[in-house]
Design a protein. Structure first.
Length: 123
């Protein structure tokens, strides 16, 4: 396999094997040998993607805190979902210091009555 490797990949493989033999992290081994760490890691990652190296047993860190979500229609009637819901979904806070907490979204007509003089609930 070493015949088909580029020079960077060969150096990275040697560093990886050397670090394993020495029982030290790859980063420490590369620093001790005067190697730039990023090209070594990139070459090893490319070899893993190609299947030339086995994957790691360490879990991958997520690059983002966002998680993919798929929304589907619920077979449960809306009334049952609303009854099962607990907690606050809307909180109105007024400058004088009072607050109203609602378990469901209030109707716009109720908001207009509670907040007179406002054109819409977002104002």
């Amino acid at each position: 396999m070493t015949e088909t490797l580029t020079e960077k990949q060969r150096v990275a493989m040697e560093a990886l094997e050397g670090a394993r033999r020495a029982g030290v992290p790859l980063s420490d081994y590369a620093k001790a040998k005067g190697l730039e760490l990023r090209p070594v890691y990139d070459a090893i990652a490319a070899l893993r993607r190609r299947g030339a190296l086995p994957g790691t047993d360490r879990p991958r860190k997520r690059k983002s805190k966002f998680v993919a979500v798929r929304v589907t229609s619920s077979p449960t009637p809306i009334a049952e979902v609303a009854a099962a819901r607990s907690g606050m979904v809307c909180r109105l806070v007024c400058a004088p210091g009072w607050a109203i907490e609602c378990g469901e979204w209030p109707p716009p007509s109720w908001l207009s009555a509670v907040l007179p003089g406002r054109r819409d609930a977002a104002a």
